[in-house]
Design a protein around this ligand. Structure first.
Ligand SMILES: Cc1cc2nc3c(=O)[nH]c(=O)nc-3n(C[C@H](O)[C@H](O)[C@H](O)COP(=O)(O)OP(=O)(O)OC[C@H]3O[C@@H](n4cnc5c(N)ncnc54)[C@H](O)[C@@H]3O)c2cc1C
Length: 378
């Protein structure tokens, strides 16, 4: 075991996915010395298998601070993407033209209207439109006859999520963050001056520790008086060969990437720690995509994968500071692309000592205490 005491960082971030990297980059912007420990390729990593949406519409139904929080990230995204480009030369291909949620029957349309009108009533300024089939086709000519309408908001967008992860890794390291790959944190020992993290290959110390290990947070949180009852939710995704640009807007289930390929997504399945693909789910996803865009029926699929979302019992994020060990924080969510700007530009300053952002008190895991019905045991 080695102890990195001479060069102890101010903050240890456990997990180097989108959440940990965005927080580490933000902490470095605040002037903190940061070390990130990231498990090896055998770990589960939503950040390498997601759909790339910076998505706002419908989010926060049932918990409006989540709508405000998501929007606060979306509005910061252009500056955030510009900073990554300036600092690393990596263009994460952010586009925010607004997004469509296609509906295939009246019940889906009614549900969309209900969600978005409720959010509008709760938040005030919440721009959205319900469109009939003709109005959808005016904006996206290739949509098939099975689409009977859509909701649209100008708030939505998308990025290239792999370029985002690479950009964050490059940006944080350019700012002096030490990334230790292949290093799984196994135990955290708090003391009066901070935390000792015992990892597979070494031992690390810092005054503050941030749990950003995705599904790994569940096991780490109790060491520092926190609670992170996250569980896996599998999503399967398909991607096609590259085709000429035809889809200039992201939609919830189909989007054309900056490189020309078309992604079809994505299932939501509670199957435990299983990130295998299954033919019947993939064929449903492909069928729905072709119903939306019949012109894609002969386009070749080139890859498919599954990845595990990091889900809390109510689906909303968990942001907490430990009451018993106040230098310990947990940051976890299931929209780490959408929220990357907020994690870097709002959560990191809070961890550095700034006041907690207004929206965050709603996301303490204390909401799960005495809420047994919300807590499936995975
Ligand atoms: C199919 C699918 C589609 C999605 N689509 C979108 C989308 O369109 N938009 C959006 O905003 N979000 C989307 N998401 C969610 C998004 O990908 C996740 O919110 C995000 O990747 C979570 O990042 P994370 O860093 O918390 O977790 P992860 O990506 O799982 O990363 C956790 C990291 O911690 C490491 N780790 C785990 N345990 C330890 C340990 N003990 N010590 C050290 N390191 C550890 C892991 O190796 C990993 O690198 C999607 C997810 C899936 C699966």
């Amino acid at each position: 075991m080695t102890l990195s005491s001479s060069a102890s960082p101010d903050v240890l971030v456990l997990g180097g996915g989108l959440v940990g990297s965005a927080v580490a980059y933000g902490l470095a912007r605040e002037g903190a010395r940061v070390t990130v420990l990231d498990e090896d390729d055998g770990g589960f990593r939503a950040s390498r298998g997601n759909f790339g949406l910076v998505w706002i519409q419908g989010k926060g139904y049932g918990l409006s601070p989540y709508a405000r929080w998501s929007r606060s990230s979306a509005v910061r995204w252009p500056g955030f993407a510009d900073a990554l480009l300036a600092e690393t030369g990596i263009d994460v291909a952010l586009r925010q033209p607004g997004g469509f949620h296609f509906c295939f029957n009246e019940a889906e349309l009614a549900d969309r209207e209900k969600r978005l009108s409720t959010l509008n009533a709760e938040l005030g300024d919440y721009p959205y439109q319900m469109l009939d089939a003709a109005e959808v086709r005016e904006r996206i000519a290739q949509v098939g006859p099975a689409v009977i309408g859509a909701s649209y908001t100008p708030m939505d967008g998308h990025v290239n999520p792999l370029k985002l992860l690479r950009g964050l890794h490059a940006a944080m390291q350019t700012r002096g963050v030490r990334l230790v790959p292949g290093e799984r944190a196994e135990r955290i020992v708090p003391d009066a001056n901070g935390f000792t993290v015992h990892a597979r290959r070494g031992t690390y110390r810092a005054a503050r520790v941030v749990l950003a290990a995705g599904l790994g947070n569940r096991a780490l949180a109790p060491f520092v008086g926190l609670n992170a009852p996250v569980a896996p939710n599998r999503g399967q995704v398909l991607v096609t060969e590259r085709v000429a640009p035809f889809l200039h807007y992201p939609t919830l289930n189909v989007r054309q990437t900056d490189e020309g390929s078309v992604q079809f997504g994505d299932s939501m399945e509670e199957v435990g720690l299983n990130d295998f693909t299954t033919t019947h789910v993939l064929s449903d996803i492909a069928r729905r995509g072709v119903r939306a865009f019949p012109m894609l029926k002969d386009v070749r699929l080139v890859r498919m994968w599954a990845a595990l979302r990091v889900y809390s019992p109510d689906g909303f994020p968990i942001y907490d500071r430990s009451q018993t060990h106040p230098g310990a924080f947990v940051v976890t969510c299931h929209s780490g692309v959408t929220l990357a700007a907020a994690h870097a530009l709002r959560v990191a300053p809070w961890i550095s000592g700034a006041p907690m952002p207004d929206e965050l008190p709603s996301f303490s895991a204390r909401r799960f205490e005495n809420a047994a019905e919300l807590t499936p045991a995975h």
